[in-house]
Every structure is written in structure tokens, then in C-alpha cells.
Unconditional design. Structure first.
Length: 363
């Protein structure tokens, strides 16, 4: 098949028909993989979706950049009934425990505050009134919104500002070319592209924010869009380790290579270096792009990080993951971290190379 006839083909090969189908898939995701080495219990009791403000903000920016207006309207409710983070947590706790907000007992009121990390010295009557004032309308809105994401108008405007920077700035606007521009350059841009693939005999899934299919040069370029409250140089230097984005970069690139390999028409296409595109909430004036070279990709896959941030390689986590899954199959429910299990809990202090370098600079 000639390359000019491949336009539109990759979209038809997407592994999942909807985001719901993707979310419900039991395939291993990056969000589980990045923490499973130290916290194997998440394989048995998966954590709930994050409701922190920063995660909500990132989700909204992603939707503004990669979804149609109808999809956004189907997923988001903008309403200034949204309370503070403290009372969001209390509202969630009331819903999860099926409490009647209008008939809370003294014990339930104390539970609401104590189990959501709220440390206040008010008496029961004040606590109860605060819950009624801050949570009643929000809980009603949650019940009527049918699992939609509820955000304040201020947060939505801030997300729009960040999204606009991605779309309009010359350093990143190429990711959002019109269909006419794409055809003129013989490329395709696919958003939220959902794939399923096998790595080291394990089934994985990934949802890539953006991939550019360059038919002229036979390259597929993967990108992930990030927002956060770090200044841009912090993101470029250390965020990839601090937030374990290195595993996302490694899995998404390796996964895309495995996925493409199974499509004969794209057998001579190369997957390019993975790139993160970041806009800081602290200064949303321009994006920065962080490229993961072949050398860094190899390091993430096979070597890991040995000092400052102690992070195992993807290969090491794979070994641990297979060990955890084998134990689960045998009926074990008390899982401990892989390396500590091997050493029976004993750990040897390793020299920090960065301290060594500082020592020689000083003397």
C-alpha cells in the first residue's frame, strides 16, 4: 500500500472504541505501573480516581485541547457551588458512606472531619453547620450531574488560559494544525489515541495525548501534554523523576513501537523520541518541550536511577510485577516490595554520587 493511501488508517486501528472501554480494561496502565514496585497492594485494591485540584485541572486542560465541545459538555459541569478542597473531601466522604447530610449524628460529624484530614477545634454544632453551609448544594449537584466533573468558573477560566497557550504559541501550535494544514504537509494528528500492547509478556494499555503521523518521512511522533505548579526549569530538570514521568515516557514509546509493529502497512514507520510539552500554571505564557533521547529511553528501560531519586528501571519493575502477579495467583494477599522481599527486609546504604562530587569540589 502506498504511503499516500495510509491517511486515516491508523485511526481505524485504535484498540478501544471509547474512553469508558479503555478505563474498564484490565490491562496494566502507567498510573498503576509507576507505583507498583513500592506499593504492590494496588494490584489487589486499586486506588480511587484522584480528586485533588491539580489532577482535576490537568484533566480539564487535556479535554479543552483534545476533545470536541460536545464531549466537554458531556464530561464537565462549571458551577460555583464547588466548595473548598476541605469540604469537597467531606462531601465525598458523606456520599461514599451513604450519610444523610440533613440528619448527621454527632459521631458521623466527627468522622467526616477526622477521616478527611480536617483539623479544626470547633464544637459539634459549628462543625455541623459548616457542613450544611458548604456541602449541601454541592452534594445535590453531584447527584444530578451523573458522574460529570464539577469545577468552579475560576478554575475553568484558568484551564482555558493554559489551553490557549498550548494552541496559540508558535512552539506548540503545530500540535493543533487544522485538517487543511495537515493534508498539505501529509501528516495526521490523532488525540487521546488509545492502544493495547504486549511488553515482556504482560498486557498494557496507554492513552497518548497527541501523536503526529508523518507520512512523508514515515515517522510517528508521540507527545504528552502537561500542566503543573512547577516553574518550567524545574519541570525540565527534575519533574520527570519527581513525578515518575520517566515511566510514562518509556512505556508509551515502547508500547507504541509494539503496537505499530502489528500493523503491516506501518512496518517501515519509525516511532520518534517521546516529548513532553509543559505549560506552568505559575507562568502560563509559553510552553517548553522536553525530549527523551534514545540514550535516556534506554536508561529508563534497562538501568533506572541510582541516586538523588532512587527509581528502578522498567525491566526491574517488570520482574517485580510478574512476581507480584504470581503470588496473587497463588492466593497471597500480603504483598511486600520486591527488593525488600529478596533481602528479607535488609537494605544496604549506598553512596550518593552527588555528595561525592560536592566533597571533591569543596576540597
Amino acid at each position: 500500500m502506498m504511503k499516500e493511501n495510509l491517511r486515516g488508517l491508523l485511526k481505524t486501528k485504535e484498540s478501544f472504541k471509547s474512553e469508558k472501554e479503555y478505563r474498564e480494561s484490565m490491562a496494566m496502565s502507567y498510573s498503576i505501573f509507576k507505583d507498583v514496585y513500592d506499593n504492590p497492594d494496588i494490584l489487589i485494591t486499586p486506588r480511587k480516581d484522584k480528586k485533588e485540584e491539580w489532577a482535576t485541572f490537568g484533566s480539564v486542560v487535556d479535554m479543552l485541547l483534545t476533545s470536541s465541545q460536545k464531549e466537554i459538555d458531556d464530561k464537565i459541569v462549571v458551577n460555583d457551588t464547588v466548595p473548598s478542597e476541605q469540604y469537597k473531601l467531606i462531601s465525598d466522604y458523606i456520599i461514599e458512606n451513604n450519610f444523610n447530610i440533613n440528619n448527621l449524628t454527632d459521631i458521623q460529624i466527627e468522622e467526616c472531619y477526622n477521616n478527611t484530614g480536617s483539623k479544626v477545634n470547633w464544637g459539634i454544632p459549628v462543625k455541623k453547620q459548616k457542613i450544611l453551609d458548604n456541602c449541601t448544594k454541592y452534594i445535590e449537584l453531584i447527584h444530578t450531574s451523573k458522574s460529570k466533573l464539577i469545577i468552579s468558573s475560576d478554575l475553568y477560566k484558568e484551564a482555558q488560559l493554559n489551553a490557549n497557550t498550548f494552541i496559540t504559541h508558535p512552539w506548540s501550535s503545530f500540535l493543533f494544525m487544522s485538517e487543511v494544514e495537515q493534508k498539505a504537509q501529509n501528516i495526521e494528528i490523532l488525540y487521546q489515541y488509545k492502544i493495547k500492547y504486549i511488553l515482556r509478556d504482560l498486557l498494557f494499555k496507554s492513552m497518548l495525548d497527541v501523536i503526529i503521523v508523518d507520512h512523508k518521512n514515515k515517522k510517528i511522533r508521540p507527545y504528552d501534554l502537561k500542566t503543573g505548579s512547577d516553574y518550567f526549569r524545574v519541570f525540565l530538570k527534575s519533574a520527570i523523576y519527581k513525578y515518575k514521568y520517566m515511566y510514562q515516557a518509556a512505556l508509551y514509546k515502547e508500547g507504541l513501537k509494539a503496537f505499530i509493529k502489528e500493523i503491516p502497512e506501518f512496518e517501515d514507520y519509525e516511532v520518534a523520541d517521546f516529548r513532553f510539552v509543559y505549560v506552568s500554571r505559575l507562568k502560563p505564557l509559553y510552553p517548553v518541550i522536553l525530549r527523551i533521547s534514545d540514550e535516556m529511553h534506554y536508561s529508563f528501560m534497562e538501568i533506572g536511577l541510582q541516586y538523588r531519586y532512587s527509581l528502578p528501571s522498567v525491566q526491574e519493575i517488570m520482574r517485580a510485577l510478574k512476581s507480584y502477579l504470581n503470588k496473587i495467583e497463588l492466593g497471597e494477599t500480603n504483598l511486600t516490595p520486591y527488593d525488600l522481599t529478596l533481602s528479607k527486609g535488609e537494605y544496604e546504604l549506598e553512596e550518593d554520587i552527588s555528595n561525592n562530587e560536592l566533597y571533591y569540589q569543596y576540597y
